[in-house]
Each structure stands twice: as C-alpha cells, then as structure tokens.
Design a protein. Structure first.
Length: 89
C-alpha cells in the first residue's frame, strides 16, 4: 500500500501528523511516481494542510519509514519533488 500522510500545526505550534479520515489518501501503486506526487500536493492544498509525505507498507501501522521527504505546500513556493520519484521512474 502507498499512501500520503498530511501534516498540520498542533496547538503548541509544532508540525505534527494530521488526524482523522481526511489526513491520508491511499494511492494506486501502479501510478507513476510523478503522478502520485502531483496528487499529493493537490490534495494537500485542497484539504488545507501545510505539508505531506508519502509512505509505503503493508498497512498503516506497518509503514514505519517514509519513502519521500516532507514537502511543504505554499502558494508562493513550488512543491519540491520527493527524492524517491527519481529512483522509481
């Protein structure tokens, strides 16, 4: 399973994983890595989160290591492509 985890600021002002059913998007592993990154960035903006990261694993609880860097979404700055994209084209 490949999924996107979104991030937002918690009450103390620190960046933390968002909670709830809107805080993740499961993506089709057959999609091109570039497509996954584009969908992640678009959904992050749409859901009004500040950052996103891609994870891979058997389940949510068994995906301990991210496969991309943390990507911030700002209207005034472009989203960087995750490092893993170049390795999986």
């Amino acid at each position: 399973m490949i999924y996107v985890q979104f991030y937002d600021y918690n009450l103390s002002g620190n960046l933390d994983e968002a909670l709830g059913d809107r805080s993740v998007v499961i993506v089709d592993g057959r999609w091109a890595p570039k497509t996954i990154g584009e969908i992640a960035a678009a959904e992050c903006r749409k859901r009004k989160y500040v950052a996103w990261r891609i994870f891979r694993g058997e389940t949510f609880t068994r995906s301990c290591a991210p496969v991309s860097q943390l990507n911030y979404v700002h209207d005034d700055a472009p989203v960087r492509n995750p490092v893993w994209l170049s390795a999986h084209n």
